[in-house]
Design a protein around this ligand. Structure first.
Ligand code: 4NP
Length: 146
């Protein structure tokens, strides 16, 4: 299974989702990307690095990149953090089979509710984001691992 985690900047939420899922499922190919181009090449936000470290996870191998159209062909599942990311990724999908790959990550935890992972960039609530993503990735594994 190849999974791409997507948020806006690829420095706060999706690097955590990426690091958490990659650690839980070492046989899967996991990556992350942002819809925006502001932070290309940067390390995750220091607050994401810290909250990951607090939970025993090192995410400093990651560097931000922007999602590209070819990612929708390559990955099996493209998991977005909020409605804005979801809509922007869908704009890159030129075929229904690609649209089907794009989901809101919290719909694995709260099916059909279209809940979003709140952006912690301004409010600083990184621990809350970590806990949500930890639970959501467990729900993904329950659904896909046999
Ligand atoms: P992320 O958070 O989408 O979870 O990586 C953000 C990072 C940067 C900005 C906004 C959100 N920004 O405006 O630069």
């Amino acid at each position: 299974m190849k999974v791409l985690m997507v948020c806006l900047g690829n420095i706060c939420r999706s690097p955590l989702a990426h690091g958490i899922l990659a650690e839980k499922m070492k046989s899967w190919e996991v990556d992350s990307a942002g819809t925006a181009n502001y932070h290309i090449g940067k390390l995750p936000d220091p607050r994401s690095i810290k909250v990951a470290k607090d939970h025993g996870l090192d995410i400093t191998y990651q560097r931000a990149r922007q999602i590209e159209k070819k990612d929708l062909s390559y990955y099996d599942l493209i998991l977005t953090m909020d409605a804005e990311n979801y809509n922007n990724v869908l704009k890159l999908a030129d075929h229904p089979s690609k649209k089907e790959k794009v989901q809101l990550i919290l719909n694995f935890l709260y099916p059909g509710e279209n809940r979003v992972v709140p952006d912690p960039y301004y409010n600083g609530r990184f621990e809350e984001v970590y806990m949500l993503l930890d639970k959501a990735t467990d729900a993904i594994l329950n659904q896909y691992s046999t």
